[in-house]
Design a protein around this ligand. Structure first.
Ligand SMILES: Nc1ncnc2c1ncn2[C@@H]1O[C@H](COP(=O)(O)OP(=O)(O)OP(=O)(O)O)[C@@H](O)[C@H]1O
Ligand SMILES: [Mg+2]
Length: 601
């Protein structure tokens, strides 16, 4: 086949895919090579029957000699049995290697996923991730290896059959092989079109997974807003889209089979016509002719299914390409070479002229933000919703990196520390905490993997959750459900607080850590948090200003900028100060009785 044509059919792409997959197959090289060897032998045996038909026809049918009659059928059965056994072992080994490579790939992909920065998760939907990291791995390695078995068998079978053709009649062989070459042209024609449709179909399939995930996580919202019909429509639209793409793909590929059929028939027709001529003129024997025709039919047979195989093959190649796109992607945030360990907080935490935005094409969320927090200090971040408080504290454990400026701990840029040591020194209670499906114990010990039950109970006590846990039948073994769905909002929050307790890190971030608690619980948890905060450096974000009044300093953040900084009394003394006005609004809102009284007057 000319190289240009081969390239069009996908030769280079194919080679690239196998080449990339090779290092992943290498650990199982022995089995893979054995499988390929068996495929080669089993494939070549396809030619045995065609080969044996020459002596059979010439001796039995033409010379009417019974001499060969007994051993040729015997040989055919023996060969079929041997070929069957070889095929079995080839399939087994191939599947074994395929499954192993799939397992390894999934693991590597998962590890890669965990190394990606928060921004990757902001940008990609859950469906895309499940599809690309899991489904693609299955499609890719098992698909490619199963196809490898088919391809290797076909190549060796074709080589053997072509030998039979040439041995029987080189003139007829030229015709047959030329027609075989022609049959690849239609495939080259549709490759581009098919590729695009296949890629789009994969994208659509991942959307289905997202719909399922959202239906799971958002089932209560769906019920309360009566969104079942809307969700159904969403899924229906995607399914319809998938159906249309499937049909389009069929339109593109299914005409291949009939066309192949015609091309193959032309090949067979031409060889019969020419072969008859060769028999009559005595240039070949009848045995040659029969053997040739059987070989040419066997050679052409797989080509008729090329349309379907081609579609599957392209799907597999797309999956392989998507996988390597992920494996090749470097995490955007990396540890510096020779990054040092952060061993506790010895001096300050400093935000120095920090500018940060989640997206390059949007105005920055934090602008020239500077704040120095002393060791042991409790700093409260307050301000209007969306002002940038959560963003400030997200930069500290390097969920995101600053765009300009720097954040320093112990006088060194946090980018010079290892991720692990930096994060080991920070305990966070998030605004919306994530609980793993599992038990209460499992969810608390994420803060300290080797914690004893006693330590867990102390942490729960500090988080004011011990009474609840003791009252449950299973105690620490109580299951919390996926994302902690079986717990109340306040209980979830207190588990997260217990986690932070048990971690015992020198830097603590509390982002609305008590927002889901009632006033009474909040007052108690507040006391517990005072214990937690002792000797620690704490960033506390709260909308309820009563809970942060006692902070050493309060930073008022508005629109990504530090607007006011000082303790409660200092900020309250600023005329027309933002903190003061926020505090006054809340203070009056907390005393509705007074307003009602005024109204009554
Ligand atoms: N992951 C994200 N990707 C893009 N933009 C984001 C992301 N998270 C937050 N933002 C934007 O950044 C801005 C600041 O958000 P941030 O969460 O820091 O506010 P906040 O002060 O914590 O608000 P709240 O008091 O409501 O929690 C908002 O305009 C928000 O839309
Ligand atoms: Mg926030």
């Amino acid at each position: 086949m000319p190289s240009k044509l081969r390239r069009k059919i996908g030769g280079t792409r194919l080679r690239r895919c196998y080449f990339r997959l090779l290092p992943h197959i290498r650990p199982y090289a022995l089995r893979a090579i054995l499988a390929i060897g068996l495929c080669l032998v089993a494939g070549a045996m396809d030619a045995v029957i065609a080969w044996s038909l020459k002596p059979y026809t010439d001796l039995v049918m033409v010379e009417k000699s019974l001499h060969a009659a007994w051993y040729i059928p015997f040989l055919i059965v023996t060969f079929a049995a041997v070929q069957g056994i070889l095929n079995y072992f080839a399939s087994y080994l191939n599947a074994w290697v395929g499954e192993k490579v799939t397992t390894d790939l999934k693991f590597r992909l998962y590890r890669k996923l965990l190394s990606f920065e928060a921004e990757y998760f902001d940008r990609n939907k859950s469906g895309d991730i499940v599809f690309r990291f899991n489904t693609d791995a299955e499609l890719a390695s098992t698909g490619l290896l199963a196809k490898l078995k088919v391809v290797v068998s076909r190549i060796s079978s074709s080589a053997a059959l072509i030998t039979v053709l040439i041995v029987n009649s080189w003139q007829m062989a030229i015709i047959a092989i030329t027609v075989l070459g022609l049959s690849f042209i239609p495939i080259a024609k549709i490759r581009q079109k098919v590729q695009k449709t296949i890629d789009q179909a994969a994208l659509t399939s991942s959307k289905i997974i997202t719909v399922y995930n959202e239906s799971y996580a958002g089932n209560r919202t769906i019920s309360s807003y009566n969104l079942a019909a809307m969700q159904e429509k969403k899924l229906q639209t995607i399914l319809l889209d998938l159906f249309r793409r499937g049909v389009k793909l069929t339109q593109h590929t299914s005409w291949l089979s009939p066309i192949m059929h015609v091309i193959v028939s032309i090949g067979i027709g031409l060889t019969i016509a020419y072969g008859s001529n060769l028999i009559v003129t005595g240039q070949i024997t009848s045995g040659n002719f029969v053997s040739f025709i059987v070989a040419v039919v066997a050679l052409y047979n797989p080509i008729k299914n090329l349309g379907n195989n081609f579609r599957e093959f392209q799907t597999t190649l797309s999956a392989v390409e998507r996988i390597f796109e992920i494996l090749d992607r470097d995490p955007k945030m990396k540890e510096q070479p020779g990054a040092r360990m952060l061993k506790g907080l010895r001096s300050d935490i400093a935000f120095e002229n920090v500018t940060f935005g989640y997206r390059a094409d949007m105005p920055p969320v934090l602008k020239n933000f500077s704040l120095r927090v002393k060791r042991g200090e409790t700093i409260a971040l307050v301000g209007s919703s969306g002002g940038g408080k959560t963003t400030v504290v997200s930069l500290l454990p390097r969920f995101y990196d600053v765009v300009a400026g720097a954040i320093k701990i112990n006088g060194k840029d946090i980018r010079t520390y290892t991720f692990e040591s930096l994060r080991d020194n920070i305990a966070i209670v998030f605004q919306d905490n994530f609980l793993f499906s599992g038990t209460i114990r499992e969810n608390v010990v994420v803060g300290k993997h080797d914690a004893t039950d006693k330590e867990v109970m102390i942490a729960l006590e500090m988080a004011y959750l011990n009474e609840f846990v003791s009252a449950t039948k299973d105690g620490l073994d109580t299951h919390v459900g996926e994302r902690g769905i079986c717990l109340s909002g306040g209980q979830k929050q207190r588990i997260a607080i217990a986690r932070a307790f048990i971690k015992d890190a020198p830097i603590i971030i509390l982002d609305e850590a008590t927002s889901a608690l009632d006033n009474e619980s909040e007052a108690i948890v507040q006391k517990a948090m005072d214990n937690l905060m002792a000797d620690k450096t704490v960033f506390v974000i709260a909308h309820r200003l009563s809970s942060i009044k006692n902070a050493d300093r309060i930073a008022f953040i508005g629109n990504g900028e530090l607007l006011e900084l000082g303790n409660h009394d200092e900020l309250m003394s600023i005329e027309h100060g933002q903190y003061r006005s926020l505090y006054n609004i809340q203070f009056s809102a907390e005393k509705p009785q007074k307003r009602v009284d005024n109204y009554m007057d």
